[in-house]
Design a protein around this ligand. Structure first.
Ligand code: NAD
Ligand code: MG
Length: 299
């Protein structure tokens, strides 16, 4: 989609077109391969500048959307990457693994369900073994299903959303502490929903508020160990999350148009925020939530 790289001087209103996605539906978790229009994950445009040379990263939800853009960027910045995703997302994950390998880095595919008992812990052990250590963690996987009323919101959905979005983050982070050396980083994907909850995303928004709070608390606890923890809070980004019931269908054509920038974000526009918070250049940045949302005022 984009022909210029992320470092080229350009007008942010025009870097990507204003999209009006047609109404569409995919079963959860949704595939980038089937998304209309396709997204930009930086496949053609992201230019590495050596900021993560030799790093060993585990990224959840790395097959598609924001996680895929982060995985591509990390590899081009010099990191080896272990990717977690659901088995149903193998097609998307293959593509990202190929791009990581084209960048000359190692890609370790570790599919599995973060809501399954024992899997989050196993994932970390497998990633550290395959990468020969672990010094960067990106907790990015997320579940978002829009439901109109509390009566329609099942206890099962409530629990699974918490399981995937925040319980797995706790389990992965706790296990990762067995491996993370001083200098290591953790970046958690939160959301503008943490402060501006949509009325149809009650469970999801509550997990995102929990992620913000967890990030700021644990950042203080791990500071003296030299491990920095931060979060990125995306606004409306065009990804498969939105068409697998993440938004009501009728809302899709207008997705992202109510931001000051006037358009939805593309996944690759998130990658530099994760690179910055993972790179040693952000050494004095801890417990921060970096908003990447097209200009909507946020705390
Ligand atoms: P996405 O669908 O591309 O990525 C979400 C990923 O979560 C999926 O690819 C899947 O691999 C993973 N996932 C979901 N359930 C899982 C499970 N049970 N086990 C393992 N993995 C599971 O969508 P995205 O928009 O790139 O989402 C990435 C993160 O960004 C999420 O945490 C999301 O909440 C957050 N976010 C997205 C937006 C947006 O507008 N797209 C806005 C704010 C925050
Ligand atoms: Mg996916």
């Amino acid at each position: 989609m984009a022909s210029t790289d992320q470092l080229t001087f350009q007008d942010p209103t025009k870097r990507f077109p204003v999209i009006s996605p047609p109404k569409q539906d995919q079963p959860e978790p949704g595939l980038d391969a089937d998304l209309v229009p396709q997204t930009d994950r930086g496949e053609e445009s992201y230019r590495g500048t050596g900021r993560l040379e030799g790093r060993k990263a585990l990224i959840t939800g790395a097959d598609s959307g924001i996680g895929a853009a982060v995985a591509i960027a990390f590899a081009r910045e010099g990191a080896d990457v272990a990717l977690n995703y659901l088995p149903a997302e193998e097609e998307d994950a293959r593509k990202i693994c190929e791009l990581i390998e084209e960048a000359g880095r190692k890609a370790v595919a570790l599919p599995g369900d973060l809501a399954a008992e024992g899997f989050p812990e196993q994932l970390v052990h497998d990633a550290a073994r395959e990468l020969g250590g672990l010094d960067a963690l990106v907790n990015n996987a997320g579940k978002q299903i829009a439901v109109q009323s509390l009566e329609e919101l099942s206890a099962d959905q409530w629990e699974t959303t918490f399981e995937v979005n925040i319980h797995a983050m706790f389990r992965i982070t706790k296990t990762a502490l067995e491996y993370l050396p001083a200098g290591a980083t953790i970046v958690n994907s939160t959301s503008i929903q943490a402060y501006k909850p949509s009325e149809d995303l009650i469970d999801y928004a509550a997990t995102k508020a929990a992620i913000n709070n967890f990030t700021k608390g644990i950042a203080q606890q791990l500071a003296q160990r030299g491990i920095r923890v931060n979060a990125v809070a995306p606004g409306p980004i065009w990804t498969p999350l939105q068409v697998s019931d993440g938004q009501p269908k009728e809302a899709l054509p207008e997705f992202g148009k109510n931001t000051p920038l006037g358009r939805a974000g593309q996944p690759t526009e998130l990658a530099p925020a994760y690179v910055f918070l993972t790179s040693a250049e952000s050494s004095y940045v801890l417990g921060e939530t970096l908003n990447v949302n097209g200009g909507t005022p946020s705390p």
